[in-house]
Design a protein around this ligand. Structure first.
Ligand SMILES: NC(=O)c1ccc[n+]([C@@H]2O[C@H](COP(=O)([O-])OP(=O)(O)OC[C@H]3O[C@@H](n4cnc5c(N)ncnc54)[C@H](O)[C@@H]3O)[C@@H](O)[C@H]2O)c1
Length: 440
């Protein structure tokens, strides 16, 4: 028999429970935004929704258009607008905390400096593409007593919180095995990891760190113990020149013979009306002319088979944890939707869950019953299943309470899951099992 129940204790966009809003907040937390790009503008949006909790008071970004857009949106004073984080850090601290939302290779330096100057830091993942720098960031947070939170947004998504709650309450007995799939989505792979800024391990990070550090972090959280060793395989097999249709030019607009049938034909993504965040990445100027120019000259107008990408399009990792839990992770570009699907196997039952449908199914051995939990999505911006918004509120609470509010994660937990990614990449490249203690 299957019983289905719909669940969502709290549908508010930021997970702010009605009636408990005070949360000890008397003054809004002041924030400086470093990197007013796609991610930065998502997190900072909380200040417009809840100005009683948070206020953006300064911005640093070399992109004039983005900098000014941010200034106007949050009504930032002229003398609090900076052309780079180094210009900002020439001044003493200007806010309680800082959001560092620059690209992967521009995280370490500003985060180290910010903590030294007295800022609490919300830092985008990955902390750094260098594992030793990740450890150094943890040491800096400890040295100066700062809150350093990494944007592992999935930990805040109601979907994963529900699964964690079910495991912790023993609904399937002792957890033994985890199967976790990251369904990247063919179009998302093409946009971000073939044409886009995250397509090269050298200039950005390896895929397992850039995209899947979230998933390894979730797996470690669900396993509830330290990962001891990993083995990984993966390749860049499809988005390569030998798979280009005959006659396909380097750029889609240069008379591609398969324009009508190719699912990757760039104008269909970037020149349409309301191209959203993908069009914004191609051109921060949304006018048609600017986007057309970006198709003719910029990275997003390239044929997906003729790019300078080197990150994998599919990878698997198998893991062993100290509590004898084993886990298998699969990342694949070759899925229609962007989502996560999991199977968790315990001594008394199993959980099957799909983030795409927001459904979690629990089966207890011998009961003949299945319980299906259907999560009702939260309101407003639902990036990462509601995790984006909830992470921001959690950080604000953590800083306001001087660390007394216990957050869903810590910098040291993030370091551990980042090390799992570094170990996986080493394993994939060196074709051997890698122990995590190689990184201590
Ligand atoms: N947590 C998540 O789920 C998630 C999702 C996507 C991306 N990310 C990560 O977020 C980060 C940002 O990605 P994005 O897509 O927003 O990139 P983006 O390019 O849109 O934004 C980065 C911004 O940083 C600015 N910048 C560059 N140098 C600077 C400097 N010296 N001082 C201040 N600003 C500077 C750029 O001009 C740009 O506006 C990346 O590290 C990415 O991996 C995280």
């Amino acid at each position: 028999m299957t019983r289905t129940r719909s669940v969502n204790e709290d549908r508010s966009e930021y997970g702010i429970t009605q009636g408990k809003e005070a949360d000890g907040m008397t003054q809004p937390l002041t924030i400086t935004l470093v990197g007013a790009g796609l991610r930065g503008m998502i997190y900072s949006g909380f200040s417009l929704k809840r100005p009683d909790h948070m206020r953006i008071v300064a911005v640093a970004d070399p992109n004039e258009l983005r900098r000014n857009r941010c200034k106007e949106k949050y009504d930032i004073e002229d003398n609090m607008v900076f052309a780079s984080w180094s210009e900002l850090f020439a001044r003493p601290r200007v806010s309680d905390a800082i959001f560092i939302c620059t690209r992967d290779r521009d995280h370490f330096e500003p985060a180290m400096k910010a903590m030294e100057l007295g800022y609490h830091v919300l830092l985008e993942k990955p902390m750094s593409p260098d594992w030793q720098q990740c450890l150094e960031l943890g040491r800096q947070a400890d040295k100066y007593g700062r809150i350093l939170s990494i944007c592992h947004v999935l930990r805040y998504a109601p979907f994963f919180r529900k699964i964690k709650e079910l495991l912790d309450s023993g609904r399937i007995g002792r957890l033994m095995s985890i199967q976790h799939n990251e369904n990247v989505g063919y179009w998302h792979q093409a946009h971000s990891y073939v044409r886009g800024y995250f397509n090269s391990a050298e200039s950005s990070s390896p895929m397992i760190l850039a995209k899947s550090c979230h998933d390894l972090d979730i797996i470690a959280w669900l396993a509830g113990g330290k990962c001891l060793s990993v083995a990984s395989y993966g390749h860049l097999s499809y988005f390569r020149p030998e798979n280009a249709p005959p006659g396909a030019p380097k750029r889609c607009l240069d008379g591609c013979p398969v324009a009508d049938e190719c699912v990757y034909y760039a104008p269909n993504t970037y020149l349409i009306e309301n191209g959203g965040w993908k069009a914004e990445a191609a051109s921060s100027d949304p006018s048609y002319e600017a986007r057309y120019k970006a198709m003719k000259e910029g990275p997003f107008g390239r044929c997906v088979y003729h790019c300078d990408n080197d990150v994998v399009d599919h990878q698997v990792v198998s893991m062993e944890f100290e509590n004898e839990i084993t886990a298998v992770f699969t990342m694949s570009a070759f899925t229609e939707k962007t989502s996560r699907t999991l199977k968790l196997m315990g001594t008394h039952g199993e959980i099957r869950a799909s983030m795409e449908t927001d459904e979690i199914e629990i089966r207890r051995f011998g009961s003949g019953e299945q319980e299906k939990i259907k999560l009702v999505p939260p309101e407003g911006h639902v990036g990462h299943g509601g995790g984006d918004s909830r992470l921001v509120y959690d950080f604000v609470k953590a800083v306001k309470s001087q660390g007394e509010h216990s957050s869903a994660t810590s910098v040291h937990a993030s370091i551990q899951s980042h090390l799992m990614a570094f170990a996986s990449e080493r394993s994939r490249l060196e074709k051997r099992m890698v122990r995590l203690d190689e990184f201590q």
